[in-house]
Design a protein around this ligand. Structure first.
Ligand code: E4P
Length: 217
């Protein structure tokens, strides 16, 4: 499963990228707001830093304006994926921009039927939002399972980009189901390394090591 980082925080991306943990980056208008940066400048910086796809989201609501914004965002760097909302106009823009050879990430997906439409419109990525479904007591993971089955049934090449990942268990479940990509905030990715038994084991080893009176260096 590929790891995308869901942030526009350059320092956080760089730290994970140095470890080889970054296969791509996703941003959205809320994350741009949080960064306090200009969308074009920060997106360019991210796209220079990482090799993989960097999603940059349009904010227009009608297809012609989405297409114009998408072309402008795609011109920032060759690894930009234009992020479009899963609306009827978003699908129209997806068809046009993917036809022009741009990567398109269709976002705000909350049903398998929406995912089916995005694949038919030529999306490179579909972003089902797990956490936001869980927030309203629906099962986000069931959606990932349904999309996996449907895409495999018909051989769609659109990659399932599990989004709105909030917990380490979300990551585990996505990997078990076979999501192609997951995007999570840096803190969630770093949490994957933690286990209380690792901490407890390390504490015991260090205590015993002290008693040996030895030094390695
Ligand atoms: C994905 O592309 C979105 O930017 C993101 O995963 C949304 O996550 P949230 O629901 O935690 O805001």
């Amino acid at each position: 499963m590929k790891f995308f980082v869901d942030t526009a925080d350059i320092a956080a991306i760089a730290e994970l990228n140095d470890l080889g943990m970054v296969d791509g980056v996703t941003t959205n208008p809320s994350l741009i707001l949080k960064s306090g940066r200009d969308i074009i400048e920060v997106t360019r910086e991210i796209a220079e830093l990482v090799d993989g796809p960097v999603s940059a989201e349009v904010v227009a609501l009608d297809a012609p304006a989405m297409i114009a914004e998408g072309r402008k965002l795609a011109a920032i760097a060759p690894n930009i994926a234009v992020k479009l909302p899963l609306t009827w106009d978003g699908l129209k823009a997806c068809k046009v921009l993917s036809g022009e050879g741009f990567m398109v990430n269709v976002t705000l997906c909350f049903s398998a039927n929406q995912a089916l439409l995005a694949a038919k419109a030529g999306a490179s990525f579909i972003s089902p939002f797990i956490g936001r479904l869980d927030d309203i007591n629906l099962d986000g993971m069931e959606l990932i399972e349904d999309i996996r089955i449907i895409y495999d049934n018909y051989g769609f090449e659109t990659e399932i980009l599990a989004a709105s990942i909030r917990t380490v268990n979300h990551v585990l479940e996505c990997a078990r189901i076979g999501a192609d990509v997951m995007t999570a905030p840096p803190e969630v990715i770093k949490k994957l390394a933690s286990h209380p038994l690792t901490d407890a084991g390390l504490a015991t080893f260090l205590k015993d090591w002290e008693k040996t009176g030895q030094k390695i260096l």
